[in-house]
Design a protein around this ligand. Structure first.
Ligand code: PNS
Length: 169
């Protein structure tokens, strides 16, 4: 029985994430998509909303579940008996991901496997999706339809709460 985890911020989940999740799910008996908080990033969605969007996106895969985590990823792995961390790798990600994988192995004994992202999505990131959407661009090619709708309503709400901070969509 191999249990894996796909950790990330998923703010918001993209087609690139889902492609990596589907391939990771094919490698393990159970996969947990773990929504963490990246302290370096400005969040668009609350962690609970990201979980909800991911649950919609993964509901067709019975052995995939979604969970929130805070604290160390290795502690989450130990608590959930996860043996392997599965991470998508785009060009440029390696220098950021390698030390994390090495550190997670050193402090928690957890292995990491890297899945090269499909070329179709290798340029897609949540941060670019957030930026494009915030500046009024169309992100519907890069995220599931209900995620695009949720982004639009979130930004519209923000523009009413903080007029002048973003363009109306
Ligand atoms: O999608 P992201 O932003 O690359 O996700 C990063 C995340 C949340 C997976 C990463 O920041 C993480 O693992 N955070 C948990 C805290 C932790 O374990 N830090 C030590 C890493 S060696």
């Amino acid at each position: 029985m191999v249990r894996g985890v796909c950790p990330g911020s998923f703010d918001p989940v993209t087609h690139g994430h889902l492609e990596v999740i589907s391939r990771a799910a094919a490698l393990v008996d159970e996969l947990i998509v773990a929504v963490g908080h990246n302290m370096a990033k400005n969040a668009l969605f609350a962690p609970e909303e990201r979980v909800e969007l991911l649950e919609q996106a993964t509901h067709a895969w019975p052995h995939v579940s979604v969970a929130l985590f805070d604290g160390l990823l290795v502690d989450f792995c130990q608590a959930r008996q996860v043996q392997v961390i599965c991470k998508g790798l785009r060009g440029g990600d390696f220098d950021y991901e390698l030390p994390m994988a090495q550190m997670n192995h050193r402090i928690g004994g957890v292995e990491t496997i890297f899945l090269p992202t499909h070329t179709q999505w290798s340029f897609v990131s949540s941060s670019l999706v957030r930026e494009i959407a915030t500046l009024g661009g169309d992100v519907s090619k890069f995220v599931p339809g209900y995620v695009a709708t949720r982004i639009s309503s979130r930004l519209l709400k923000r523009s009413h709460e903080q007029p002048g901070t973003i363009r109306d969509l």
